[in-house]
Design a protein around this ligand. Structure first.
Ligand SMILES: [Zn+2]
Length: 200
């Protein structure tokens, strides 16, 4: 079952990496910095990173054993980048890129057709997956992304003004600008402060 409430982050992940307000937005943030990419900014490097990320995002309660994980990391990274292309376009009020969105639809469809992903009941955002099949994970993430595109309010999807992470602005006034006040918000304030001081 998929919920938008993250579980407690499992190492090496930290709660601060799950600020997106939706698992798909959190997935797009599984890179160190979107706005200033660095070579060592990849956070999904091993199958274990993928599994602990999924558990942290609340996708499953127990980390499942994987029979084999060939290609898992590359596929999840591909879904992440396609979802980022789609939702960063939404955040910027641009047209959703057809190629990235088409790839998500295709992967989600393949997972459903193969039986990796099933819907156990009527709510559209609840589904179960055969987590022991490595292909289930990218299929579920792609399905979640497709679902999110049709259900999240587009005018509340934002991009952090500093690091480029995406988040759902659920604040009352709808004026959230930072992924997190304690990291980017304060860093921005600090550098503005420095700029003001050096100008004197
Ligand atoms: Zn940020």
């Amino acid at each position: 079952m998929v919920t938008s409430t993250p579980a407690k982050a499992r190492p090496p992940w930290q709660d601060a990496q799950f600020i997106g307000g939706h698992p798909v937005l959190d997935l797009t943030n599984a890179v160190f910095d979107r706005a200033h990419p660095t070579e060592d900014g990849e956070l999904l490097e091993t199958p274990s990173d993928v599994l602990t990320w999924c558990a942290s995002a609340g996708l499953f309660d127990r980390v499942p054993p994987l029979a084999e994980a060939d290609g898992l990391v590359a596929e999840v990274q591909a879904v992440r980048e396609q979802a980022w292309a789609v939702f960063s376009a939404v955040a910027r009020d641009s047209a959703v890129p057809a190629e990235a969105f088409g790839a998500l639809l295709e992967r989600a469809g393949t997972g459903v057709r193969a039986g990796y992903v099933q819907r156990p009941d009527s709510p559209l955002d609840h589904f179960t997956a055969d987590w022991t099949a490595p292909a289930a994970i990218p299929a579920v993430l792609a399905l979640l992304a497709v679902h999110a595109l049709y259900t999240l309010p587009p005018d509340r999807i934002r991009e952090c003004g500093r690091c480029g992470w995406l988040f759902l602005d659920s604040s009352r006034g709808g004026r959230r600008r930072w992924c997190s006040m304690s990291t980017c918000g304060n860093r921005e304030k600090a550098s503005r402060h420095r700029r003001t001081r050096t100008r004197r």
